[in-house]
Ligand binder design. Structure first.
Ligand code: ZN
Length: 443
């Protein structure tokens, strides 16, 4: 055991102290960002970034993150205590450290749930999942999908025309199976946008969803892991945000002009349904025997999603607070580490070793366009959780009346108004942090 532990520690140390020369680059990036914001008349980069976001003020973002951190803390403490007790019981680990986290988390997860995605895979036949998803979207939003006989770029691509009140309103293409020449991952892209041109002619929207699910073979149909089912729902959430847009102005119709910190709201909203028993049982049937997916497996799908959610939230709050505060001024040199240490006093339940230079590899904010924007993940997630519970009916899967409102206020208006304003117009209130806590079953 002695040996293993020192290897874990060594690896963790090497990994978390990598790229030391980035310290200098980070100073330069931060100074240039600060200079840019000031040239444009803003006090800081954070203030400049918020100009085009859904969040209005710096205090809104910080207040939101603090509320979220406070809400996640009690659960995170329980999760850590459970993990420490488990490490002590199984391997006699008394001084549980950060580098023990990954290993014991996985081991405990296995012991608690004894579940992995391959167990549900035979129950999610791609064609059935897609049909089920289209049925759900049809029922939720009063539309119909009819297979479209149109040219496509590959034989496995499926195209559907969308009708609202028997009137053609758009088209969607699904290219779901992995192929050798295809780019990896999953995404939705808009093709045409709904708008009315200067001659008064209405143009209809179209979009396509591309995934890399396991391909159909001679012996088996394309089968999805539950993760894939979630991905398909996620991308469909983006697609209907675009396809159900009714704005006349092209630049703010569908997903166009939607503030960057709320683009993931409609995708996460639909994704949440993919964990519900009432939804899964509509299409979860064994591809050979036709046997329905059991309640036990459906419960495990949800429980494993919620595993260590408190610790996950605290970690995201730490990253978000660090990123946002860092861009509120012009931090240089040791000030950056001091800032991070200060934030960790609230968010880190275990002491972070001094050699840890996490910030040197924080590519999201220094190389990936998320500067002063890392909070967006959770910002959009709160909206999606809150809207989800409004539209959820645990017996039938969803509340059709509420879903109508979601479509009319949130999906139809695209980027023509601020999302938070649309949200308040829909429900007469703001989205609440506690909905996210409920989504992870944290009380
Ligand atoms: Zn997305």
């Amino acid at each position: 055991m002695e040996q293993t532990e020192s290897i874990e520690k060594e690896l963790s140390k090497a990994y978390s102290s990598r790229a030391p020369k980035n310290a200098e680059v980070i100073d330069q990036i931060l100074a240039l960002k600060d200079e840019k914001a000031k040239l444009l008349g803003f006090d800081s980069y954070a203030q400049y970034a918020l100009e085009t976001r859904d969040a209005n003020t710096e205090a809104d973002v910080l207040g939101f993150l603090e509320d979220l951190g406070d809400a996640g803390l009690p659960q995170a403490k329980k999760e850590l205590a459970e993990l420490q007790a488990f490490a002590l019981k199984t391997d006699g680990i008394e001084d549980f450290a950060g580098y023990d986290m990954g290993y014991y988390s996985e081991k405990l997860k296995k012991e608690k749930f004894d579940f992995d995605d391959t167990m549900t895979k035979p129950y999610f036949q791609q064609s059935k999942v897609l049909d089920g998803l289209l049925d759900i979207v049809s029922e939720l939003f009063d539309v119909t999908f009819k297979p479209a006989d149109v040219p496509t770029w590959h034989t496995c691509v499926k195209a559907f025309d969308i009708f609202e009140d028997d009137t053609l309103s758009g088209r969607i293409y699904f290219d779901l199976e992995a192929r050798k020449e295809k780019r990896g991952g999953a995404w939705m892209n808009d093709w045409e946008t709904h708008y009315v041109d200067s001659q008064g002619k209405t143009h209809l929207a179209s979009a396509f969803i591309v995934c890399n699910f396991s391909p159909t073979t001679d012996s088996t149909p394309s089968l999805l892991r539950h993760d894939d089912v979630v991905t398909l729902f996620h991308e469909m959430g983006h697609a209907i945000h675009h396809l159900f847009g009714t704005c006349k102005e092209r630049s703010v119709s569908g997903i166009n002009g939607v503030a960057w910190d709320v683009v993931e709201f409609p995708s996460q909203f639909l994704e949440n349904f993919a964990y519900e028993e009432a939804i899964l049982k509509r299409f979860g049937f064994h591809y050979e025997s036709g046997e329905a997916l059991s309640s036990t497996l459906m419960a495990k799908i949800k429980e494993t999603k919620n595993y260590q959610a408190g610790l996950g939230i605290l970690r995201q709050v730490e990253f978000s607070l660090f990123d946002f505060t860092l861009h509120q001024g012009c931090y240089q040199g040791t000030q950056i580490q001091d800032l991070l240490d200060g934030i960790r006093e609230k968010t880190a339940l275990l002491q972070t070793p001094a050699y840890n230079k996490f910030q040197h590899g924080f590519a999201h904010i220094f190389a990936g366009g998320y500067s002063a924007g890392y909070y967006s993940y959770k910002w959009a997630e709160v909206l999606s959780a809150d809207a989800f519970f409004e539209c959820l009916d645990e017996k039938d899967g969803f509340n059709k009346e509420k879903a109508k409102g979601y479509k009319a206020y949130i999906l139809s208006n695209g980027g023509s108004q601020e999302m938070s304003k649309l949200y308040e117009a829909w429900l007469g209130r703001k989205a609440e942090v506690k909905s996210l806590i409920r989504l992870y079953d944290m009380g």
